[in-house]
Design a protein around this ligand. Structure first.
Ligand code: FAD
Ligand code: DHB
Length: 391
């Protein structure tokens, strides 16, 4: 039997960041993670951090490598009709930039800080179950190394992603969910080749969306829109590069450097929100509570803003004896979540090929893109959402 102040389920970015922010204020938190640390670090996911996320990682004391190795981007490019247009993030937002730094690196830095502080993370925690979170003394049960264990706590933070156990532990009648599933996925490829451009390019092409991103000056991350039921085995490296080249503008296509894939995977696209985010002493944060389609890079950043509100609320509770922040957590976080849901849905709708919209829908999409790159007001709306709305 073990005891802690906050039991965190999941050692993804949400759980690790929350653990670190609490630890810095002297609040004890134990993390239970289903997989090994190596498995968590092996998942290639997000790559673009809002300035608010960087600020939070700084507050957690884990920004040293991010500052040294992260790439600051002051603009982002939209390509349609075979032409590229730059959105000047710095000029349109009063000087804000995003930082390109992989989710795996954020996770590694947080794991290292946690290990250095001697904080407890139980990796390979199996059969985690949540108990009595509607009363004053919640606890978790789990199995580790074949032995059943119990973790008593004052609060539970459900940071265990979309397929975690926290959300399904809440009675269905206590929550409402909102969902939209898109009829396509993203096929991603990571390769040690120089990026095709210094800044990201989001491409709307007749045959589907493409995205040129990166992890470093020598490592590129590319994505292609593909059918939802597509299998990664059908995509040789050569087929991927040929299709990407075809979707780029001629200048970028001529500069594309190809190489063997380090990783290739398909992610489905979904919008999903649970309401509320609090059930007694259980709080949901990150992908456990909501999913956005990846267009616009909001998933990881939204997990970070949830953690901002939740960490402040828990610190207020433990350090000042006030429960006001805990009472307000769900509504404060949801107000920002829905704005990021709207932005991600809008970027997805504008940039992808939707078979069902027909010729009229395609012309509307084109008009929207042309308006966006010719109106300062419209471009500002994209820029201020892309760099992240205020907390
Ligand atoms: P997660 O990162 O999912 O972490 C949850 C953790 O909980 C995991 O380590 C999991 O193993 C653990 N866990 C789950 N169930 C249990 C359990 N029962 N017991 C114990 N532990 C458990 N966002 C972008 O912005 N851009 C992208 O390109 C992008 N690509 C993505 C690709 C994929 C395939 C996926 C799934 C997501 C992608 N995202 C992307 C979204 C982004 O990665 C997530 O929003 C982010 O990881 C959310 O962090 P989190 O900590 O809330 O959840
Ligand atoms: C990346 C992913 C995104 O969803 C996005 O909008 C931008 C970049 C990436 O993985 O680098």
């Amino acid at each position: 039997m073990e005891r802690t102040q906050v039991a965190i389920i999941g050692a993804g970015p949400a759980g690790l960041l929350l653990g670190q922010l609490l630890l810095r204020q002297g609040i004890d938190a134990v993390i239970l993670e289903r997989h090994t640390a190596a498995h968590v670090l092996g998942r290639i996911r997000a790559g673009v951090l809002e300035p608010g996320t960087v600020e939070l990682i700084t507050r957690a004391g884990c920004d040293r490598r991010l500052r040294a190795e992260g790439l600051l981007h002051g603009g982002v490019n939209l390509c349609f009709g075979g032409e590229r247009h730059r959105i000047d993030l710095v000029g349109l937002t009063g000087g804000k930039q995003v930082t390109v730094y992989g989710q795996t690196e954020v996770t590694r830095d947080l794991m290292d800080a946690r290990a250095a502080a001697g904080a407890v993370t139980h990796y390979e925690a199996e059969e985690v179950s949540l108990h009595d979170f509607d009363g004053p003394r919640p606890f978790l049960r789990f199995v580790r190394d074949g032995a059943e264990r119990t973790l008593h706590c004052e609060f539970i933070a459900g940071c265990d992603g979309f397929h975690g156990i926290s959300r399904p532990s809440v009675p269905e009648s206590a929550m409402e969910t909102f969902e939209r599933v898109y009829p396509f996925g993203w096929l991603g490829l990571l390769a040690d080749v120089p990026p095709v451009n210094e800044e990201l390019i989001y491409v709307n092409h007749e045959d589907g969306f493409a995205l040129c991103s990166m992890r470093s000056p020598t490592r590129s991350r590319y994505y292609l829109q593909c059918p939802a039921e597509e299998r990664v085995e059908n995509w040789s490296d050569e087929r991927f590069w040929d299709e990407l080249r075809r979707r780029l503008d001629p200048e970028a296509a001529s500069r594309l450097t190809t190489g063997p894939a380090l990783e290739k995977s398909i992610a489905p696209l979904r919008s999903f929100v649970t309401e509320p985010l609090r059930f007694g002493r259980l709080f949901l944060a990150g992908d456990a509570a909501h999913i956005v389609p990846p267009t616009g890079a909001k998933g990881l950043n939204l997990a970070a803003s949830d953690v901002h509100y939740l960490s402040e609320a828990l610190i207020e509770h433990f350090c000042d004896g006030s429960s006001a922040g805990l009472e307000a957590y769900s509504s404060r976080a949801l107000a920002r979540i829905w704005k990021a849901e709207r932005f991600s849905w809008w970027m997805t709708s504008m940039m992808h090929r939707f078979p069902e919209v027909g010729r009229f829908g395609r012309r509307i999409q084109r008009a929207e893109l042309e308006y966006l790159v010719s109106s300062r007001a419209a471009a500002t709306a994209l820029a201020e959402n892309y760099v992240g709305l205020p907390y």
